[in-house]
Design a protein around this ligand. Structure first.
Ligand code: C2E
Ligand code: CA
Ligand code: CA
Ligand code: CA
Length: 275
């Protein structure tokens, strides 16, 4: 701003105003959605590379009546604290969906839900989760909580206590967006995760013939720490074949399916993705 001329400055101000309006608008939309059942979850299959069956689903949040992506509204939910109630709605809806699928005789597959580090402020979240799994007779081992490395930047004692308690009551923990954050991977030896998810950007970067040793090494590293590994954002068969050869455990991506409405997920629930 310092070096901009007058016109640039005005331009900058206008742009700021747009951003502010948008944020306030999004906040209003989120508040409304919480009151009026305006959210829904989509479910994206995660395929087991050994059996070619669906191992589980990741629940992904959407606004029913607005074309605003989670990448836009989740940060607003985090800044405004709305993520606490939204996070509870996501957990409740996903666990009830699990029970509904079981009641329909479809079987039990894991459901992964995304957990924002800002939800650490929700002190009773684990109690809430536990009540939900009890009420719906869902085994906590079948619910995966996806965290990102950013949770390690929050109060670390708080984070470690939260993760230890989650494990203690039986939930699974997955480290999402693996490979995008910290340059040191040392934290993997002390945080109690069960699984890591290789980020799309990592897969896109290293899943080609010249570089696939990096991918092999990441998978070896995860396995040597007794972690399962999911590759996400997989769109091509070539990537699938390389990951299978390298010993990756699960794959998620448009190659198999985009995120689906719960009724669409039912239709492919027991599908086998044989080549
Ligand atoms: P994420 O957890 O890393 O989720 C993966 C994102 O990649 C999803 O975007 C998914 O639709 C997309 N994706 C899956 N397969 C492919 C593929 O093959 N190609 C491409 N290009 N994309 C693929 P989505 O649903 O827009 O969600 C974006 C982010 O918003 C999520 O990233 C997650 O960080 C956040 N988010 C979504 N739902 C929730 C939620 O319920 N709670 C919280 N806290 N965050 C959420
Ligand atoms: Ca995720
Ligand atoms: Ca991810
Ligand atoms: Ca992400």
């Amino acid at each position: 701003v310092k070096h901009s001329g007058k016109n640039n400055y005005i331009f900058y101000q206008n742009k700021m105003k747009d951003v502010m309006n948008t944020k306030i608008e999004i906040e209003a939309i989120l508040r409304e959605a919480l009151k009026t059942d305006g959210f829904k979850l989509l479910y994206q299959p995660q395929v087991d590379l050994c059996s070619a069956e669906i191992y589980g689903f990741e629940a992904l949040l959407r606004l029913k009546d607005h074309n605003i992506r989670p990448d836009q509204f989740i940060p607003v939910a985090e800044d405004t604290g709305l993520i606490i109630n939204i996070g509870r709605w996501v957990a409740k809806t996903a666990i009830e969906q699990f029970a509904r699928w079981r009641e329909k005789g479809l079987g039990e597959k894991t459901i992964a839900i995304n957990y924002s580090s800002k939800q650490l402020r929700d002190k009773d979240f684990i109690i809430y989760l536990t009540q939900l799994t009890k009420a719906n007779k869902v085994k906590p081992e079948l619910i995966e909580i996806e965290i990102t490395e950013s949770i390690l930047l929050e109060n670390n004692n708080e984070t470690m206590t939260f993760l230890a308690e989650l494990k203690e009551v039986g939930f699974k923990i997955t480290l999402d967006d693996f490979g995008t954050g910290y340059s040191s991977l040392n934290y993997l030896t002390y945080i109690p995760v069960d699984k890591v998810k290789l980020d799309k950007s990592i897969n896109d970067k290293f899943l080609n013939l010249k570089n696939n040793r990096v991918m092999d090494s990441l998978i070896l590293l995860a396995h040597s720490l007794n972690l399962k590994i999911t590759a996400e954002g997989i769109e091509e068969w070539e990537q699938y074949l390389q990951l299978k050869r390298a010993g990756c455990d699960y794959i998620q991506g448009y190659l198999f399916s985009k995120p689906l409405e719960s009724t669409e997920a039912e239709e492919i629930f027991n599908h086998i993705f044989a080549m």
